[in-house]
Design a protein around this ligand. Sequence first.
Ligand code: ADP
Length: 447
Amino acid sequence: MFQKILIANRGEIALRVLRACKELGIQTVVVHSTADADAMHVRLADESVCIGPPPSRDSYLNIHQIVAACEITGADAVHPGYGFLSENAKFADILAAHNITFIGPSGDHIRIMGDKIEAKRTAKRLGIPVVPGSDGAVTEEKEAKRIAAEIGYPVIIKASAGGGGRGMKVARSEVDLEVALQTARSEAGAAFGDDAVYIEKYLQKPRHIEVQVFGDGAGHGVHFGERDCSLQRRHQKVWEEAPSPALNAEERAYIGGVCARAIADLGYSGAGTIEFLYENGEFYFIEMNTRLQVEHPVTEAITGIDLVHEQIRVASGAGLSVRQEDIRFLGHAIECRINAEDPRTFTPSPGTITHFHTPGGLGIRVDSGVYSGYKIPPYYDSLIGKLIVHGRNRVECMMRLRRALDEFVVDGIKTTLPLFRDLVGNADIANGDYDIHWLEKYLAKED
Ligand code: ADP
């Protein structure tokens, strides 16, 4: 087992990882920018190293500074959290070259899944169902038209190097397609330095369903069930739940089994999430994330398993603590992402939190690094905390969520809490009846 782990992240996820390390008796080092000197995880860590000024590229994305911090403090492993360097293959390779363990998969696996065309090809080879579309990159308009006619309109053009919901264009007809192909290619070239794009069928009313997987690096793969993250705004997840209200036990076992086998065949190591769109009983692979997800706590709630403990175990060579047959699903969990944003316009609302009071009681978990008097710096994303609620079934979970939202107090800044208070009383949400467009339509109606 590791002696000392360096946490290369900030905010709630840095604290989340720190808690797991403390439980496992592992020493902790955190790196932080000058803007985060007062952060909770910096106060709680055994050691901290300031690695630069506020902009991420000068601090949280500065690989050399982070490696230097490992060497100065003698850390033998790095947990990257999510975002920042968590899916940076070069970072994983550099750490390996310094004999420091990257708590995550190999650089090669990160590289494959970071390229969407390569990821889709790999998924197909591993027996994972994919969205019908081009077999690789498309450059010629003629070829694009042929493929689109074959799969049927509407189609979506996606950048191979895209991410974070950027680099996608929908075409509803052949006329649209010409323009969409041109714009998608030039936008992808400008944004990602790679103008490779591909085409796939545009699904009209899908749900976003993702499977939590783990590989032990020794040819074993398990799944921890699925999460439904269909409630999104601008392709950003807002509310996540496990299990999905849309799947039955048979579908769950089927897609979980497919994913676990694929992970085993790939020889994958660590945590991963295989994302699907789901429509009319069919699953369509869209991408794989090779890291811990923001929404991992809903899976922890229904399985009772600490996924960060498992990540650390696997990276240290100790293997998973569970086999597939030990993983059982109990009840229902929902996570609400609390952002420092205006709940209607979603414009960021940084500033000082004058009062912060979190709900408690059975089935309530709040993951947050903020506190009363904390000043939110304007340089990073606006997530200030996550409310995760667990109940024996979805009805109980919703009852508990409603009450927890009433108790939650964040004064001094605007947050997305009022949005969740509205959603929890909505009939479609109560029925679990929503697709990936539901939230945007709802917000448009409210305006
Ligand atoms: P990113 O890496 O940028 O998040 P994804 O491939 O995961 O890109 O897609 C992000 C979102 O875009 C999906 O959650 C879904 O809302 C939408 N999307 C992607 N592909 C399709 C598709 N073929 N049909 C309909 N919507 C899609």
